[in-house]
Write a protein of this length. Structure first.
Length: 177
């Protein structure tokens, strides 16, 4: 029984991905795919794998797309491949979202193709199962900073002026006594 499980470590149509969000904004992606799921052209060269990895994943930080850079690939057992991709995101992002387009770019895309994805930010992890209908997952990594509007600034400045005038009036009144 154990021999049968070890013979095919990667289930066709099921990929695994981990995206680690670093403090400097870099998102390091590691994608594990069954070789049978890769398009025939992707197995021909690292250039083809790089294109699949970078174009098959979209990482966004606070809604802005993060440029991806293919780092490398290696065999993962007898029937799999691991792809490493780094994404340069904004350092102080509040929310990071990962969308997997590669689910529809596999050799035989089918409704049953799925990816178990993990987003990791420090000690926190968020996991999801993505498929062709649900291709993205997001994680809040820092509390959203409230936007400061010009109106709020003027209200604060007006309050400070009113307090200062009140203090001056009290001091004048106190000197006259």
């Amino acid at each position: 029984m154990l021999g049968a499980v070890g013979a095919e470590a990667h289930t066709r149509g099921l990929s695994r991905s981990t995206f680690e969000i670093a403090a400097d904004g870099t998102v390091r992606g590691r994608l594990q795919l069954a070789t049978a799921d890769l398009p025939a052209t992707a197995t021909e060269s690292d250039v083809a794998l790089a294109e699949l990895a970078v174009r098959g994943v979209d990482v966004r930080a606070d809604g802005a797309s993060c440029p991806g850079r293919f780092v490398g690939s290696r065999a993962d057992g007898a029937d799999g491949v691991e792809l490493d991709v780094d994404f340069a995101c904004a350092k102080d992002a509040s929310v990071v979202e990962v969308e997997l387009f590669l689910l529809s770019g596999l050799s035989e895309p089918r409704a049953s193709s799925q990816s178990v994805i993990s987003l990791v930010a420090g000690p926190r992890t968020k996991q999801a199962v993505l498929d062709a209908a649900h291709r993205s997952v997001q994680m809040e990594i820092a509390p959203r900073k409230p936007a400061r509007s010009a109106e709020a600034w003027w209200i604060g400045a007006g309050a400070a002026v009113a307090i200062a005038l009140g203090i001056l009036a009290a001091l004048r009144h106190h000197r006259r006594r």
